[in-house]
Design a binder for this molecule. Structure first.
Ligand code: RB5
Length: 144
């Protein structure tokens, strides 16, 4: 299991903490940046992360920005990505169980760090339920 992770300047500290948290569990991460507090555009790290998930270079992704919305909007432009925003542990589980999110997105400025780590754990521990949820996922691409 290899997880790609990225953040903009708003999520740098949370990203570092998640990388350590996953390392303690023996889970390898690939860091797509950013690693400074200098203001930057979330798109510049979100697209490389999305491409790595789509190519199979990493199995799953985690992305953080201030609200999570810029990351989610950018990531979901990639056809192979289902990026889901989660701000509590239950949603962290549901975004895998119901939406099979292959990238977990969190709003670093609006949740405490401990909650972010627990969301990562519930998302990783959850299983996609398939069935009616697979049917709904299949209908996400707009076909006019
Ligand atoms: C950065 O100030 C902020 O706009 C960004 O982290 C994110 O919230 C955008 O969606």
């Amino acid at each position: 299991m290899k997880i790609g992770i990225c953040s903009d300047h708003a999520g740098v500290d949370y990203k570092a903490a998640i990388i350590s948290h996953l390392a303690e569990k023996g889970i390898e991460t690939v860091n797509f940046g950013t690693d400074t507090y200098e203001s930057m555009d979330y798109t510049d790290v979100a697209h490389p992360l999305a491409s790595a998930v789509e190519s199979g270079e990493v199995d799953l992704g985690i992305a953080l920005c201030g609200t999570g919305n810029g990351m989610a909007m950018t990531l979901n432009h990639h056809p192979g990505i289902r990026a889901g925003l989660a701000w509590d542990e239950t949603i962290g589980a549901l975004v895998k169980q119901h939406n099979n999110a292959n990238v977990l997105v969190m709003p670093a400025r609006f949740i405490p760090l401990g909650k972010a780590l627990r969301i990562v754990d519930t998302w990783l521990g959850a299983e996609f339920e398939g069935g009616r949820h697979q049917r709904r996922i299949d209908k996400i691409p707009f076909r006019g």
